[in-house]
Design a protein around this ligand. Structure first.
Ligand code: DPN
Ligand code: ZN
Length: 313
C-alpha cells in the first residue's frame, strides 16, 4: 500500500502516473489522498517529516524501564538519572550528532546535561530545543519529563534520518536537576561564553508534553513569533491551542534571562504531577505523536531545512 508519506515525495506528474497505474478503481476515482502536498506542487519552503507516534513512545518506555530498574525514579544524583543520560547520548552518538555530557555539582551529587549539535548549518545562528531529563524522587517522571525528553530526542533522530542540511545550526539539550531549581540549564547558560550565548537565536522548551487526554496544547506566551510556529503546526492538524505562562518554572527561564527568545509547548492537565502514578500509563501515544511532530516542525521551520527529495525518510 502506498502511504501518504510516499506521495509527499511525488511531483504532480508523478501522482498522475501513479493514478493511471492503480488497478481496480473506476476512472476518476483516484483523486486526492489526504495531504496538502498532493493538491499542488511541493512547497519550496520547509517540509518536516511525519514521525510515527510510537517512535517517541518507545523512548518513553525505555525511561520507564530505566526508572523501574533503578529504584523507581530518575532523579538528580540517583542511578536512574545517569542511565537516562547514557540512553539519550548513545542514541545521538549513533545518529551522527556531536554530543557532550556536561557535568555539574549540586546538593553533593554530580549532575549531567546532555548537549547534542547537528554538525551542519551556520554555527553563528543556533536554534535550540531543550527538555529536562530529571524527575522527582516520587516516581518515574514520565509526563514530567520523559515526555519532553523523548519528543526532542525523536525530533533530533528525525533530523539525522533526513540527513538534513539546515541553514541554521540545530542544538538539543537534556537538562539535569531541573526539579531542584533549573540547576543544569542555568549551569549551561551561565558557563557558556557570552559570544556563544549570543549565537543562540531561539530556545524552545518541552516540559510535560504527553499528558493522557490532552486535546488542546498550551503554547508559551513568551514570544509571539516563535509561538506562531507552534500554532501553525497545530492549526494544520485542526488542533486548538491556548496560551500558557510558565514563568520561571522551567528551563526556558535559564535562556530568557540572557535575552534569548524563548517558547515552548505543554500538554493538558496532569493528575499524576510529581506523583508515583506519573508512569508510562500517564502519557498517550496520540499526544506524544503531536508533541514530537510539533518539535520537528519547529526545528525544520526555524532552522530552515530545505525541502529536498529524500528529506522524508
Ligand atoms: N514540569 C514542571 C516541573 O518541572 O516541575 C514545571 C512546569 C509546570 C512546566 C507547568 C510546564 C507547565
Ligand atoms: Zn518538568
Amino acid at each position: 500500500m502506498v502511504t501518504p508519506r510516499k506521495f509527499a515525495r511525488s511531483t504532480v506528474l508523478g501522482l498522475g502516473l501513479l493514478a493511471l497505474a492503480l488497478p481496480g478503481l473506476p476512472a476518476g476515482a483516484v483523486s486526492q489522498p489526504a495531504g496538502p502536498a498532493l493538491v499542488a506542487a511541493a512547497p519550496a519552503a520547509v517540509q518536516p517529516p511525519d514521525i510515527p507516534q510510537d517512535n517517541s513512545m518507545a523512548h518513553a518506555r525505555q525511561f520507564q524501564s530505566i526508572a523501574t530498574a533503578n529504584g523507581g525514579n530518575r532523579a538528580h544524583g540517583r542511578p536512574g538519572y545517569r542511565a537516562s543520560a547514557d540512553y539519550v547520548k548513545a542514541k545521538l552518538d549513533a545518529a551522527g550528532f556531536t554530543t557532550t555530557l556536561q557535568s555539574f555539582s549540586y546538593n553533593g551529587a554530580t549532575g549531567w546535561n546532555v548537549i547534542a549539535e547537528w554538525p551542519h548549518g551556520d554555527a553563528n545562528q543556533v536554534v535550540f530545543l531543550g527538555a529536562h531529563l530529571d524527575g522527582v524522587t516520587a516516581g518515574a517522571g514520565i509526563n514530567d519529563n520523559a515526555s519532553g525528553s523523548s519528543s526532542i530526542l525523536e525530533a533530533a533522530l528525525a533530523v539525522s534520518r533526513a540527513d538534513a542540511r539546515p541553514a541554521k545550526r540545530l542544538r538539543f539539550g537534556w537538562w539535569g536537576a531541573e526539579e531542584l531549581g533549573l540547576i543544569g540549564s542555568a549551569y549551561y547558560t551561565r558557563t557558556l561564553a557570552a559570544t556563544e550565548r549570543s549565537k543562540i537565536r531561539s530556545y524552545l522548551n518541552f516540559d510535560m508534553v504527553g499528558a493522557k487526554g490532552t486535546r488542546t496544547w498550551g503554547v508559551y506566551t513568551d514570544n509571539t513569533t516563535l509561538g506562531n510556529t507552534f500554532r501553525a503546526y497545530f492549526s494544520s492538524k485542526g488542533i486548538a491551542t491556548r496560551g500558557v505562562s510558565i514563568g520561571g518554572r522551567s528551563d526556558h527561564a535559564s535562556f530568557s534571562r540572557y535575552g534569548i527568545a524563548v517558547s515552548g509547548i505543554a500538554s493538558g492537565n496532569d493528575p499524576c504531577y510529581h506523583s508515583r502514578c506519573d508512569t508510562i500509563t500517564n502519557i498517550e501515544p496520540y499526544v506524544m505523536g503531536h508533541s514530537t511532530n510539533a518539535a520537528a516542525y519547529a526545528a525544520w521551520t526555524l532552522a530552515g531545512v530545505p525541502n529536498l527529495v529524500g528529506a522524508f525518510s
